[in-house]
Ligand binder design. Structure first.
Ligand SMILES: [Zn+2]
Length: 289
């Protein structure tokens, strides 16, 4: 800034030099922003990310004690994260300003690259489309990975008399598909136990193997009841990196569509899932009960 223009404000993750002429890169904050983008790309919504940072006791960039989802949202949509500056006009009483002139690249010190930013935008759109806006985003750590074996539709979380179950979306929309469901807890325990088997790690290579071992550690050190929100976030993010697809056979190999009015039966004998891991192999895992 050779023209000695004073900067009035910097994005929250950057600092300002004492003479207010330069932006300062703050490594610890940059690291937090990178983590936020990583979590968003892993499928976490802004509420989930805020809870996660609070649980990990990551200090906010302001006086606030806790992270707010709107701050996270704003950050994830802010092109200043990769250095771009958009000049704005505040004429005619525009409070937020309207774009005025082309964006200026490399105006701010970048804390992420552009590719990371764009990847996060895609993940955010999917996340907003697939899930409710608030809460319980982590009730189902397999969201986006599971499909129905009989019709190929997505498998989603649903409540049957206060019990969380996974069921085919088609069934919940009143369409014709197998009216069977899998109790969520039973499904989670079965699937994580399968992934925690030592033989599995032998199959994967390099980074994927490291990620699976990290995942196994997370699964093993925490029993189901104790699993904290942050641990569930970690598991969900790792799952998305190791697992490419889970096909759920709610009623085993034989299932016939029943009338939309028929009751949804839970935990049918012979139910199993097929899971495709990063190495492309498909495994079959039967439920224990
Ligand atoms: Zn189905």
């Amino acid at each position: 800034m050779s023209d000695n223009k004073k900067i009035s404000a910097a994005p929250s993750w950057l600092g300002l030099s004492e003479d207010r002429e330069r932006y300062l890169f703050i490594p610890e904050r940059a690291e937090v922003v990178r983590r936020i983008f990583e979590l968003a790309i892993g499928g976490m919504g802004s509420y989930a990310i805020a809870n996660y940072l609070d649980e990990k006791k990551v200090p906010t960039f302001t006086q606030s004690e806790t992270w707010d989802h709107t701050t996270i949202d704003y950050m994830l949509r802010n092109r200043a994260t990769y250095g771009e500056y958009q000049p704005k006009s505040f004429a005619d009483g525009h409070k937020k300003g309207i774009p005025n002139g082309p964006p200026v690249p490399n105006h701010y010190p970048a804390v992420i690259d552009r590719n990371t930013y764009e990847t996060a935008q895609v993940a955010r759109r999917q996340n907003l489309a697939n899930r409710g806006r608030k809460g319980n985003e982590l009730a189902n750590i397999f969201a986006g990975l599971t499909t129905c074996a009989y019709c190929g539709n997505e498998v989603v979380l649903h409540h049957v008399t206060n019990i969380q179950v996974l069921a085919c979306e088609q069934v919940l929309n009143g369409g014709g598909c197998s009216r069977t469901a899998w109790t969520y807890r039973d499904f989670e325990i079965t699937l994580l136990a399968f992934l925690a088997h030592p033989a599995l790690a032998e199959r994967l290579q390099g980074e994927q193997k490291d990620k699976l071992i990290k995942l196994i550690d997370k699964i093993v050190v925490s029993t189901n009841q104790e699993r904290s929100y942050a641990v569930r976030v970690d598991i969900a993010v790792l799952l998305k990196e190791i697992v490419t697809k889970i096909v759920v056979h709610f009623a085993g190999d034989v299932s016939t569509p029943r009338l939309p009015s028929a009751q949804i039966s839970k935990d049918v004998r012979g139910r199993y899932f097929e899971i495709r891991l990063w190495d492309g192999r498909l495994d079959k895992c039967l439920s224990i009960s």
